[in-house]
Design a protein. Structure first.
Length: 458
Protein backbone atom coordinates (compact mmCIF):
# COMPACT_ATOMS: atom_id res chain seq x y z
CA UNK A 1 0.00 0.00 0.00
CA UNK A 2 1.20 3.54 -0.81
CA UNK A 3 -0.08 6.78 0.64
CA UNK A 4 -0.02 9.97 -1.43
CA UNK A 5 -0.81 13.56 -0.52
CA UNK A 6 -2.06 15.91 -3.19
CA UNK A 7 -2.49 19.66 -3.34
CA UNK A 8 -5.07 21.19 -5.68
CA UNK A 9 -6.78 24.50 -6.30
CA UNK A 10 -10.51 25.08 -6.73
CA UNK A 11 -12.23 27.53 -9.07
CA UNK A 12 -12.08 30.24 -6.38
CA UNK A 13 -8.31 29.90 -6.13
CA UNK A 14 -8.41 28.27 -2.69
CA UNK A 15 -5.80 25.59 -1.97
CA UNK A 16 -7.12 22.13 -1.07
CA UNK A 17 -5.10 19.12 0.12
CA UNK A 18 -5.92 15.51 0.86
CA UNK A 19 -4.46 12.02 1.19
CA UNK A 20 -5.17 8.90 -0.85
CA UNK A 21 -4.21 5.29 -0.08
CA UNK A 22 -3.89 2.73 -2.89
CA UNK A 23 -2.22 -0.55 -3.81
CA UNK A 24 0.45 1.20 -5.91
CA UNK A 25 1.48 4.62 -7.20
CA UNK A 26 -0.32 4.21 -10.52
CA UNK A 27 -3.63 3.45 -8.83
CA UNK A 28 -3.13 6.38 -6.42
CA UNK A 29 -2.64 8.79 -9.32
CA UNK A 30 -5.78 7.47 -11.02
CA UNK A 31 -7.79 8.05 -7.84
CA UNK A 32 -6.42 11.58 -7.44
CA UNK A 33 -7.01 12.50 -11.09
CA UNK A 34 -10.56 11.15 -10.86
CA UNK A 35 -11.21 13.20 -7.71
CA UNK A 36 -9.73 16.34 -9.28
CA UNK A 37 -11.78 15.93 -12.45
CA UNK A 38 -15.00 15.25 -10.54
CA UNK A 39 -14.65 18.35 -8.36
CA UNK A 40 -13.23 20.60 -11.13
CA UNK A 41 -9.95 21.19 -9.34
CA UNK A 42 -6.56 22.15 -10.67
CA UNK A 43 -3.90 19.69 -9.50
CA UNK A 44 -0.75 21.33 -8.16
CA UNK A 45 1.37 18.48 -6.76
CA UNK A 46 1.42 14.85 -5.63
CA UNK A 47 3.75 13.66 -2.88
CA UNK A 48 4.28 10.03 -1.93
CA UNK A 49 4.92 9.15 1.70
CA UNK A 50 8.50 7.90 1.86
CA UNK A 51 11.06 6.85 4.47
CA UNK A 52 13.57 9.48 5.58
CA UNK A 53 16.82 8.81 7.45
CA UNK A 54 17.77 11.46 10.00
CA UNK A 55 20.60 12.36 12.34
CA UNK A 56 19.83 14.91 15.05
CA UNK A 57 21.48 16.28 18.20
CA UNK A 58 20.81 18.81 20.95
CA UNK A 59 23.75 21.09 21.66
CA UNK A 60 26.78 18.98 22.58
CA UNK A 61 24.78 15.79 23.16
CA UNK A 62 25.55 12.66 21.23
CA UNK A 63 23.61 12.59 17.90
CA UNK A 64 20.78 10.13 17.47
CA UNK A 65 19.93 8.31 14.27
CA UNK A 66 16.64 6.96 13.03
CA UNK A 67 14.11 6.81 10.23
CA UNK A 68 10.67 8.32 9.85
CA UNK A 69 7.93 8.13 7.23
CA UNK A 70 6.75 11.48 5.90
CA UNK A 71 5.59 13.16 2.71
CA UNK A 72 8.56 15.54 2.54
CA UNK A 73 11.98 16.23 4.00
CA UNK A 74 10.73 19.46 5.55
CA UNK A 75 8.11 17.61 7.61
CA UNK A 76 10.80 15.50 9.32
CA UNK A 77 13.02 18.55 9.83
CA UNK A 78 10.21 20.58 11.41
CA UNK A 79 9.18 17.70 13.69
CA UNK A 80 12.73 17.30 15.02
CA UNK A 81 13.08 21.06 15.47
CA UNK A 82 9.93 21.15 17.60
CA UNK A 83 11.51 18.47 19.83
CA UNK A 84 14.48 20.80 20.49
CA UNK A 85 17.07 19.36 18.12
CA UNK A 86 19.29 21.96 16.45
CA UNK A 87 21.81 19.91 14.47
CA UNK A 88 19.66 18.01 12.01
CA UNK A 89 20.44 16.09 8.84
CA UNK A 90 17.64 14.48 6.83
CA UNK A 91 18.06 12.35 3.71
CA UNK A 92 15.67 10.19 1.76
CA UNK A 93 16.16 6.44 1.99
CA UNK A 94 17.29 5.49 -1.50
CA UNK A 95 16.36 1.82 -1.47
CA UNK A 96 12.98 0.98 0.03
CA UNK A 97 12.35 -2.75 -0.06
CA UNK A 98 8.67 -3.65 0.20
CA UNK A 99 7.83 -4.74 3.74
CA UNK A 100 6.94 -8.37 4.20
CA UNK A 101 3.60 -9.13 5.76
CA UNK A 102 4.17 -10.07 9.42
CA UNK A 103 3.55 -13.68 10.47
CA UNK A 104 -0.06 -14.47 11.32
CA UNK A 105 1.03 -15.48 14.81
CA UNK A 106 2.29 -11.93 15.51
CA UNK A 107 -1.04 -10.43 14.44
CA UNK A 108 -2.95 -12.93 16.59
CA UNK A 109 -0.72 -12.07 19.55
CA UNK A 110 -1.30 -8.33 19.07
CA UNK A 111 -5.10 -8.69 18.90
CA UNK A 112 -5.29 -11.19 21.77
CA UNK A 113 -3.08 -9.20 24.15
CA UNK A 114 -4.99 -6.02 23.28
CA UNK A 115 -8.28 -7.73 24.20
CA UNK A 116 -6.85 -9.03 27.49
CA UNK A 117 -5.48 -5.60 28.49
CA UNK A 118 -8.80 -3.95 27.59
CA UNK A 119 -10.54 -6.35 29.97
CA UNK A 120 -8.21 -5.02 32.66
CA UNK A 121 -9.47 -1.47 31.84
CA UNK A 122 -6.12 -0.26 30.54
CA UNK A 123 -6.44 2.79 28.22
CA UNK A 124 -6.08 1.98 24.53
CA UNK A 125 -3.26 4.51 24.08
CA UNK A 126 -1.18 2.79 26.76
CA UNK A 127 -1.92 -0.61 25.22
CA UNK A 128 -0.61 0.57 21.85
CA UNK A 129 2.55 1.99 23.47
CA UNK A 130 3.25 -1.27 25.29
CA UNK A 131 2.73 -3.39 22.19
CA UNK A 132 4.83 -1.10 19.99
CA UNK A 133 7.75 -1.43 22.41
CA UNK A 134 7.40 -5.23 22.71
CA UNK A 135 6.69 -6.12 19.07
CA UNK A 136 9.73 -7.67 17.38
CA UNK A 137 8.49 -7.74 13.80
CA UNK A 138 9.65 -4.53 12.10
CA UNK A 139 6.68 -4.24 9.72
CA UNK A 140 4.09 -4.68 12.46
CA UNK A 141 5.97 -2.29 14.79
CA UNK A 142 6.05 0.46 12.16
CA UNK A 143 2.39 -0.15 11.30
CA UNK A 144 1.32 0.15 14.94
CA UNK A 145 3.36 3.35 15.28
CA UNK A 146 1.66 4.88 12.25
CA UNK A 147 -1.81 3.80 13.46
CA UNK A 148 -1.15 5.20 16.93
CA UNK A 149 -0.01 8.54 15.50
CA UNK A 150 -3.04 8.76 13.21
CA UNK A 151 -5.47 7.96 16.03
CA UNK A 152 -3.85 10.60 18.27
CA UNK A 153 -4.51 13.15 15.52
CA UNK A 154 -8.20 12.27 15.64
CA UNK A 155 -8.38 10.35 12.35
CA UNK A 156 -11.29 8.00 11.75
CA UNK A 157 -10.25 4.64 13.21
CA UNK A 158 -11.96 2.58 10.52
CA UNK A 159 -10.22 4.46 7.70
CA UNK A 160 -6.88 4.21 9.51
CA UNK A 161 -7.01 0.43 10.00
CA UNK A 162 -8.35 -0.21 6.48
CA UNK A 163 -5.32 1.64 5.16
CA UNK A 164 -3.20 -1.20 6.55
CA UNK A 165 -5.30 -4.14 5.39
CA UNK A 166 -2.22 -5.33 3.48
CA UNK A 167 -0.64 -5.99 6.89
CA UNK A 168 -3.60 -7.23 8.94
CA UNK A 169 -5.80 -8.67 6.20
CA UNK A 170 -9.07 -7.17 4.97
CA UNK A 171 -11.37 -8.68 7.60
CA UNK A 172 -9.07 -8.10 10.59
CA UNK A 173 -8.45 -4.47 9.58
CA UNK A 174 -12.20 -3.92 9.22
CA UNK A 175 -12.99 -5.45 12.63
CA UNK A 176 -10.25 -3.53 14.48
CA UNK A 177 -11.33 -0.28 12.85
CA UNK A 178 -14.95 -0.97 13.69
CA UNK A 179 -14.08 -1.80 17.31
CA UNK A 180 -12.85 1.73 18.08
CA UNK A 181 -16.16 3.20 16.87
CA UNK A 182 -18.41 0.67 18.61
CA UNK A 183 -19.55 0.49 22.19
CA UNK A 184 -18.12 -3.01 22.73
CA UNK A 185 -14.47 -2.61 21.75
CA UNK A 186 -13.24 -5.37 24.07
CA UNK A 187 -15.83 -7.84 22.78
CA UNK A 188 -14.92 -7.21 19.14
CA UNK A 189 -11.19 -7.60 19.84
CA UNK A 190 -11.85 -10.87 21.69
CA UNK A 191 -14.01 -12.14 18.83
CA UNK A 192 -11.38 -11.14 16.27
CA UNK A 193 -8.65 -12.90 18.26
CA UNK A 194 -10.80 -16.03 18.48
CA UNK A 195 -11.48 -15.88 14.74
CA UNK A 196 -7.78 -15.50 13.90
CA UNK A 197 -6.81 -18.36 16.23
CA UNK A 198 -9.40 -20.67 14.70
CA UNK A 199 -8.38 -19.66 11.19
CA UNK A 200 -4.71 -20.33 11.97
CA UNK A 201 -5.50 -23.65 13.65
CA UNK A 202 -7.72 -24.79 10.78
CA UNK A 203 -5.11 -23.93 8.14
CA UNK A 204 -2.44 -25.75 10.12
CA UNK A 205 -4.62 -28.85 10.42
CA UNK A 206 -5.63 -28.64 6.76
CA UNK A 207 -1.96 -28.56 5.77
CA UNK A 208 -1.39 -31.64 7.92
CA UNK A 209 -4.36 -33.39 6.31
CA UNK A 210 -3.84 -32.40 2.66
CA UNK A 211 -0.70 -30.53 1.72
CA UNK A 212 1.92 -32.38 3.77
CA UNK A 213 0.78 -35.86 2.60
CA UNK A 214 0.60 -34.65 -1.01
CA UNK A 215 4.15 -33.29 -0.84
CA UNK A 216 5.37 -36.50 0.82
CA UNK A 217 3.83 -38.67 -1.90
CA UNK A 218 5.12 -36.38 -4.65
CA UNK A 219 8.72 -36.42 -3.36
CA UNK A 220 8.50 -40.18 -2.86
CA UNK A 221 7.43 -40.66 -6.47
CA UNK A 222 10.28 -38.46 -7.72
CA UNK A 223 12.77 -40.50 -5.67
CA UNK A 224 11.36 -43.77 -7.06
CA UNK A 225 11.52 -42.42 -10.63
CA UNK A 226 15.14 -41.37 -10.13
CA UNK A 227 16.07 -44.76 -8.68
CA UNK A 228 14.29 -46.74 -11.39
CA UNK A 229 15.40 -44.44 -14.20
CA UNK A 230 19.07 -43.84 -13.36
CA UNK A 231 20.43 -45.95 -10.48
CA UNK A 232 18.87 -49.37 -11.05
CA UNK A 233 19.73 -49.64 -14.81
CA UNK A 234 23.50 -49.50 -14.10
CA UNK A 235 23.27 -52.92 -12.45
CA UNK A 236 20.61 -54.45 -14.68
CA UNK A 237 22.30 -53.42 -17.95
CA UNK A 238 25.49 -55.10 -16.81
CA UNK A 239 23.63 -58.44 -16.84
CA UNK A 240 22.13 -57.64 -20.23
CA UNK A 241 25.55 -56.79 -21.58
CA UNK A 242 26.81 -60.25 -20.72
CA UNK A 243 23.58 -61.87 -21.97
CA UNK A 244 22.62 -63.10 -18.50
CA UNK A 245 18.88 -63.92 -18.17
CA UNK A 246 17.05 -61.46 -15.88
CA UNK A 247 14.47 -62.46 -13.25
CA UNK A 248 10.87 -61.31 -13.99
CA UNK A 249 10.75 -58.30 -11.63
CA UNK A 250 14.18 -57.07 -12.69
CA UNK A 251 13.29 -57.41 -16.38
CA UNK A 252 10.01 -55.54 -15.92
CA UNK A 253 11.67 -52.78 -13.89
CA UNK A 254 14.31 -52.39 -16.62
CA UNK A 255 11.53 -51.97 -19.20
CA UNK A 256 9.97 -49.26 -17.04
CA UNK A 257 13.39 -47.61 -16.69
CA UNK A 258 13.91 -47.52 -20.43
CA UNK A 259 10.42 -46.07 -20.89
CA UNK A 260 11.13 -43.34 -18.32
CA UNK A 261 14.38 -42.39 -20.05
CA UNK A 262 12.75 -42.27 -23.47
CA UNK A 263 9.75 -40.17 -22.38
CA UNK A 264 11.17 -38.13 -19.48
CA UNK A 265 10.09 -34.76 -20.89
CA UNK A 266 6.57 -36.03 -21.60
CA UNK A 267 6.31 -37.48 -18.10
CA UNK A 268 7.50 -34.24 -16.47
CA UNK A 269 4.93 -32.29 -18.48
CA UNK A 270 2.29 -34.81 -17.43
CA UNK A 271 3.27 -34.36 -13.76
CA UNK A 272 3.78 -30.59 -13.57
CA UNK A 273 1.48 -29.42 -16.38
CA UNK A 274 -1.80 -30.06 -14.54
CA UNK A 275 -0.42 -28.41 -11.37
CA UNK A 276 0.59 -25.24 -13.21
CA UNK A 277 -2.68 -25.16 -15.17
CA UNK A 278 -4.72 -25.67 -12.01
CA UNK A 279 -2.87 -22.87 -10.19
CA UNK A 280 -3.49 -20.52 -13.11
CA UNK A 281 -7.16 -21.47 -13.23
CA UNK A 282 -7.87 -21.07 -9.51
CA UNK A 283 -6.24 -17.62 -9.61
CA UNK A 284 -9.15 -16.45 -11.79
CA UNK A 285 -12.52 -15.41 -10.31
CA UNK A 286 -14.35 -18.38 -11.85
CA UNK A 287 -11.61 -20.81 -10.83
CA UNK A 288 -11.65 -19.62 -7.21
CA UNK A 289 -15.45 -19.95 -7.15
CA UNK A 290 -15.39 -23.53 -8.48
CA UNK A 291 -12.46 -24.51 -6.26
CA UNK A 292 -14.22 -23.35 -3.09
CA UNK A 293 -17.46 -24.98 -4.21
CA UNK A 294 -15.70 -28.33 -4.74
CA UNK A 295 -13.79 -28.07 -1.44
CA UNK A 296 -17.09 -28.03 0.42
CA UNK A 297 -18.24 -31.17 -1.41
CA UNK A 298 -15.05 -33.21 -1.59
CA UNK A 299 -14.97 -36.61 0.13
CA UNK A 300 -13.74 -36.92 3.70
CA UNK A 301 -12.72 -33.28 4.28
CA UNK A 302 -15.56 -31.50 2.45
CA UNK A 303 -17.99 -31.70 5.37
CA UNK A 304 -15.38 -30.34 7.79
CA UNK A 305 -14.51 -27.40 5.50
CA UNK A 306 -18.22 -26.68 5.02
CA UNK A 307 -18.97 -26.68 8.75
CA UNK A 308 -15.88 -24.58 9.51
CA UNK A 309 -17.16 -21.93 7.08
CA UNK A 310 -20.50 -21.94 8.90
CA UNK A 311 -18.68 -21.69 12.24
CA UNK A 312 -16.71 -18.63 11.09
CA UNK A 313 -19.86 -17.05 9.64
CA UNK A 314 -21.81 -17.57 12.87
CA UNK A 315 -18.98 -16.30 15.09
CA UNK A 316 -18.60 -13.05 13.14
CA UNK A 317 -22.37 -12.64 12.78
CA UNK A 318 -22.75 -12.99 16.56
CA UNK A 319 -20.14 -10.28 17.15
CA UNK A 320 -21.67 -7.74 14.77
CA UNK A 321 -25.41 -8.48 14.93
CA UNK A 322 -27.40 -6.01 17.01
CA UNK A 323 -30.97 -6.37 15.73
CA UNK A 324 -33.14 -7.54 12.85
CA UNK A 325 -33.28 -4.03 11.37
CA UNK A 326 -29.49 -3.98 11.01
CA UNK A 327 -28.82 -7.56 9.97
CA UNK A 328 -27.71 -7.05 6.35
CA UNK A 329 -24.26 -5.56 7.01
CA UNK A 330 -23.27 -8.20 9.63
CA UNK A 331 -24.37 -10.96 7.22
CA UNK A 332 -22.28 -9.47 4.40
CA UNK A 333 -19.17 -9.07 6.57
CA UNK A 334 -19.59 -12.54 8.09
CA UNK A 335 -19.80 -14.05 4.59
CA UNK A 336 -16.56 -12.29 3.57
CA UNK A 337 -14.84 -13.50 6.75
CA UNK A 338 -15.22 -17.16 5.73
CA UNK A 339 -12.66 -16.69 2.96
CA UNK A 340 -14.69 -19.06 0.79
CA UNK A 341 -15.63 -17.39 -2.51
CA UNK A 342 -18.54 -19.77 -3.18
CA UNK A 343 -20.02 -19.37 0.31
CA UNK A 344 -19.62 -15.58 0.13
CA UNK A 345 -21.17 -15.37 -3.36
CA UNK A 346 -24.24 -17.41 -2.41
CA UNK A 347 -24.89 -15.24 0.64
CA UNK A 348 -24.39 -11.94 -1.21
CA UNK A 349 -26.12 -12.86 -4.46
CA UNK A 350 -28.97 -15.03 -3.15
CA UNK A 351 -29.68 -14.59 0.57
CA UNK A 352 -29.19 -10.83 0.94
CA UNK A 353 -31.20 -9.85 -2.20
CA UNK A 354 -34.09 -12.03 -0.97
CA UNK A 355 -34.04 -10.26 2.38
CA UNK A 356 -33.87 -6.77 0.88
CA UNK A 357 -36.16 -7.05 -2.15
CA UNK A 358 -38.72 -9.60 -0.97
CA UNK A 359 -38.54 -9.22 2.79
CA UNK A 360 -37.74 -12.91 3.31
CA UNK A 361 -36.68 -13.92 6.82
CA UNK A 362 -33.12 -14.86 7.70
CA UNK A 363 -33.78 -18.61 7.87
CA UNK A 364 -35.61 -18.80 4.53
CA UNK A 365 -32.97 -16.64 2.85
CA UNK A 366 -30.17 -18.83 4.22
CA UNK A 367 -32.02 -21.94 3.04
CA UNK A 368 -32.24 -20.58 -0.52
CA UNK A 369 -28.49 -19.86 -0.54
CA UNK A 370 -27.80 -23.59 -0.26
CA UNK A 371 -24.68 -23.23 1.88
CA UNK A 372 -26.10 -24.02 5.32
CA UNK A 373 -26.65 -27.47 6.79
CA UNK A 374 -30.04 -28.66 7.97
CA UNK A 375 -28.82 -28.41 11.56
CA UNK A 376 -27.79 -24.77 11.11
CA UNK A 377 -31.09 -23.88 9.41
CA UNK A 378 -33.05 -25.57 12.18
CA UNK A 379 -31.19 -23.64 14.86
CA UNK A 380 -31.55 -20.32 13.01
CA UNK A 381 -35.29 -20.97 12.61
CA UNK A 382 -35.62 -21.63 16.33
CA UNK A 383 -33.63 -18.48 17.16
CA UNK A 384 -35.66 -16.39 14.74
CA UNK A 385 -38.94 -17.51 16.34
CA UNK A 386 -37.77 -16.91 19.91
CA UNK A 387 -35.85 -13.69 19.20
CA UNK A 388 -32.53 -15.20 20.27
CA UNK A 389 -30.88 -15.44 16.87
CA UNK A 390 -27.68 -13.77 18.10
CA UNK A 391 -27.12 -16.31 20.88
CA UNK A 392 -28.13 -19.09 18.47
CA UNK A 393 -25.30 -18.04 16.15
CA UNK A 394 -22.78 -18.30 19.00
CA UNK A 395 -24.12 -21.73 20.00
CA UNK A 396 -23.77 -22.96 16.40
CA UNK A 397 -20.22 -21.61 16.19
CA UNK A 398 -19.16 -23.38 19.39
CA UNK A 399 -20.93 -26.61 18.37
CA UNK A 400 -19.28 -26.77 14.95
CA UNK A 401 -15.91 -25.82 16.43
CA UNK A 402 -16.02 -28.83 18.77
CA UNK A 403 -17.21 -31.16 16.02
CA UNK A 404 -14.73 -30.09 13.33
CA UNK A 405 -11.72 -30.10 15.68
CA UNK A 406 -12.48 -33.66 16.81
CA UNK A 407 -13.21 -35.01 13.30
CA UNK A 408 -10.23 -33.28 11.69
CA UNK A 409 -7.90 -34.75 14.31
CA UNK A 410 -9.17 -38.25 13.51
CA UNK A 411 -8.84 -37.67 9.75
CA UNK A 412 -5.25 -36.44 10.14
CA UNK A 413 -4.35 -39.58 12.09
CA UNK A 414 -6.05 -41.77 9.46
CA UNK A 415 -4.22 -40.04 6.57
CA UNK A 416 -0.89 -40.36 8.40
CA UNK A 417 -1.47 -44.12 8.70
CA UNK A 418 -2.28 -44.34 4.96
CA UNK A 419 0.87 -42.39 4.04
CA UNK A 420 3.00 -44.59 6.30
CA UNK A 421 1.55 -47.70 4.65
CA UNK A 422 2.18 -46.24 1.18
CA UNK A 423 5.82 -45.50 2.02
CA UNK A 424 6.21 -49.00 3.49
CA UNK A 425 4.79 -50.64 0.33
CA UNK A 426 7.06 -48.59 -1.95
CA UNK A 427 10.14 -49.37 0.15
CA UNK A 428 9.28 -53.08 0.20
CA UNK A 429 8.86 -53.03 -3.59
CA UNK A 430 12.24 -51.35 -4.12
CA UNK A 431 13.88 -53.74 -1.68
CA UNK A 432 12.45 -56.79 -3.48
CA UNK A 433 13.58 -55.51 -6.89
CA UNK A 434 17.08 -54.77 -5.58
CA UNK A 435 17.32 -58.06 -3.73
CA UNK A 436 16.18 -60.03 -6.78
CA UNK A 437 19.36 -59.06 -8.62
CA UNK A 438 21.29 -61.05 -6.02
CA UNK A 439 19.54 -64.21 -7.22
CA UNK A 440 20.87 -63.85 -10.76
CA UNK A 441 22.98 -66.90 -11.62
CA UNK A 442 24.97 -66.53 -14.83
CA UNK A 443 25.73 -69.63 -16.87
CA UNK A 444 29.16 -71.16 -16.56
CA UNK A 445 30.96 -69.59 -19.52
CA UNK A 446 32.86 -71.52 -22.14
CA UNK A 447 36.21 -70.46 -23.57
CA UNK A 448 34.62 -68.31 -26.28
CA UNK A 449 32.40 -66.53 -23.79
CA UNK A 450 35.38 -65.86 -21.50
CA UNK A 451 37.35 -64.34 -24.39
CA UNK A 452 34.31 -62.16 -25.30
CA UNK A 453 33.91 -60.96 -21.72
CA UNK A 454 37.61 -60.06 -21.45
CA UNK A 455 37.49 -58.16 -24.76
CA UNK A 456 34.33 -56.29 -23.72
CA UNK A 457 36.00 -55.16 -20.50
CA UNK A 458 38.87 -53.56 -22.45
Amino acid sequence: MVECRFVAENTAGKSISGAITAENMGEAKKKINSLVLKNRLKLKSIEKKATWLYTAAKGKDRPIKGEQKAFSKQEVYDALSRLGYDRISVNKKLLEIGSKKPPQQDIVTYVKISAELMEQKLPYGEIMTLLINDTQNKTLKETLKDINNELKKGSDSQNVFLRYQGVFGKFTAYMLGLASKSGNMTEIYKATAKFLERQQEFRKNLRSALISPAITVFIMMLAVMYYVGYIFPDTANLFVKFKIPLPPMTAKTLEISNFLKSHIILLLLFMFGPIVAMNRFVSTAKGAYLKDQYLMKMPLLGSIIHKTNIEVFCRVFYTLYSGSAESIEPIRIAAEATGNVYFESRIKNVAIPLMIKKGVGITDAFKESGVFTETALSRFHSGEETGTIKNTALQLANYYESETVFKLKNIIEFIQVIIAMFIMIVMIGLTLVSAETATVKPKTPGMSEIIFMIQSLF
